[in-house]
Design a protein around this ligand. Structure first.
Ligand code: NDP
Length: 449
């Protein structure tokens, strides 16, 4: 007897878990995609016979290496470096580097898998990859960061290049780290090529790259609200995180008429019922990116609430933008958001909502933009940075703003087209299917490789 779709999903997932034991984040990311793709390919025998989904869930290549460096006290330190090159069917591998003590192979495999779909959704020719290290940049001096980045790049440079694999930033990797890594890449290869994105403007970086992920997540939110006949105007916006993505999401949400009432870091959340205005946001940017301080200083400065060790999802809001890290919205948090009247969630971070939380959003039929669609603005502008580097040109800020806005509208359209369920748009299903088709068709063209 033929297997039901549910049985096929279960069998696929059992195989994946058997081959990748203990990699829970990777299992989670693949399960979320398989839940959309396996039903979609039921009447598409070629995708099934050619095992496209199975091949997508088996990275092309994984590189793991030792990173030794010397701290300021002269001690030898040892970390582990990784690059997961998931799939390059539609372009060179592309995806960020994460430096955080929680980094494991499972986390990087989930991120590289997700990145493959996300990059396809942008419409630009980029494959999917991700890398990083369990190195903790917190509390390290600039010199220690430099020595670590140089040691990391000494190995990584063998595996990257403008037509091979082009890394960028992610958690713990910003302009400073990219600068050190690009400097070392250039020194070792004696080449000035666009082998990293997120570079400084003086050496080939693109305007608005820093802002692009946060801005893009808000554009996606705005597009969904508009498609539903609504707008951001006057909406209370809860944001988690206070890093690169969160700060620019806050800026754009404010510009589009929203009132941002929260931000957070790994020590807790602040709640500002009056809204984080321009002056307060500048204070926060200085606190988090220049002074690298803790978020409770904001609460002390402006006399607002600080919830130690808590995420902001208990705060009353109309829309939520999780912009910190994976699995930061549990089922309980998702239910609290829904109970408090939240009508839309746009994921700035990668896989911030646990699967059961996503199921709750979809059941309640709120507007939900999954990370692979909502945070694709960053990699899209990285793709534009690659084009600028190859052509040795640089676009003006207004041109890039327009390009970003248009790319996010196109992503919204692709998701809507593939995710329509009666009068509800299931953006998750739409994103998975739209991202899949382009990569799958390229893989079919290559035969069995
Ligand atoms: P940053 O390092 O700039 O900021 C991360 C923020 O999240 C910080 O406020 C940090 O707090 C907080 N955070 C990190 N880990 C945890 C944790 N375990 N619990 C609670 N808070 C935490 O990173 P980005 O803003 O660049 O990235 C944030 C998310 O967005 C990630 O999921 C990343 O993969 C995703 N993303 C980023 C892109 C980019 O262009 N940068 C592109 C696409 C996705 P603290 O300061 O205390 O560490």
């Amino acid at each position: 007897m033929a297997q039901s779709v549910e049985e096929q999903i279960q069998q696929f997932q059992n195989g994946l878990e058997r081959r990748n034991p203990g990699e829970t984040e990777f299992h989670q990311a693949v399960a979320e995609v398989a839940g959309s793709i396996i039903p979609f390919i039921q009447d598409k025998p070629l995708y099934r016979e050619m095992r496209i989904l199975e091949r997508l869930a088996e990275p092309d290549r994984i590189i793991i290496f030792r990173v030794c460096w010397e701290d300021d006290a002269g001690n030898t330190r040892v970390n582990r470096g990784y690059r997961v090159q998931n799939n390059n069917a539609i372009g060179p591998y592309k995806g960020g580097l994460r430096f955080h003590p929680s980094v494991t192979l499972s986390i990087l495999k989930f991120l590289a898998f997700e990145q493959t779909f996300k990059n396809s959704l942008t419409g630009l020719p980029m494959g999917g990859g991700k890398g990083g290290s369990d190195f903790n940049p917190k509390g390290k001096s600039d010199n220690e960061i430099m020595r670590f980045c140089q040691s990391f790049m000494t190995e990584l440079r063998r595996h990257i290049g403008p037509d091979i694999d082009v890394p960028a930033g992610d958690i713990g990797v910003g302009a400073r780290e990219i600068g050190y890594m690009f400097g070392q890449y250039k020194r070792l290869t004696n080449e000035f090529t666009g082998s990293l994105t997120g570079k400084g403007l003086e050496f080939g970086g693109s305007l608005i790259r820093t802002e692009a992920t946060g801005y893009g997540a808000v554009y996606m939110l705005d597009n969904m609200l508009q498609a539903a006949g609504n707008s951001l105007d006057g909406k209370r916006v809860a944001i988690s995180g206070s890093g690169n993505v969160a700060l620019y999401a806050a800026e754009k949400a404010r510009h589009l008429g929203g009132k941002v009432v929260s931000l957070s870091d790994s020590s807790g959340s602040i709640y500002d019922p009056e809204g984080i205005d321009e002056e307060k946001l500048s204070y926060m940017v200085d606190l988090k990116t220049v002074r690298r301080g803790r978020i409770d200083e904001y609460a002390k400065e402006f006399g607002t609430e600080f919830y130690a060790g808590k995420r902001p999802w208990h705060i009353q809001c109309d829309v939520a933008l999780p912009c910190a890290t994976q699995n930061e919205v549990s089922l309980k948090d998702a239910k609290t958001l829904l109970k408090n009247g939240c009508i839309a969630v746009s994921e700035g971070a990668n896989m911030p909502t646990e699967q059961a939380g996503i199921d709750a959003y979809l059941e309640a039929k709120i507007l939900f933009a999954p990370s692979k669609a909502a945070n694709a603005g960053g990699v899209a502008v990285s793709g534009l940075e690659m084009s600028q580097n190859s052509a040795r040109i640089s676009w003006k800020e207004e041109e890039l703003q327009d390009l970003l806005r248009n790319i996010m509208s196109d992503i919204h359209e692709r998701c809507a087209e593939n995710g329509r369920e009666g009068d509800y748009i299931n953006y998750l299903r739409g994103a998975n299917i739209a991202g899949f088709i382009k990569v799958a068709d390229a893989m079919l063209a290559f035969g069995i490789v």
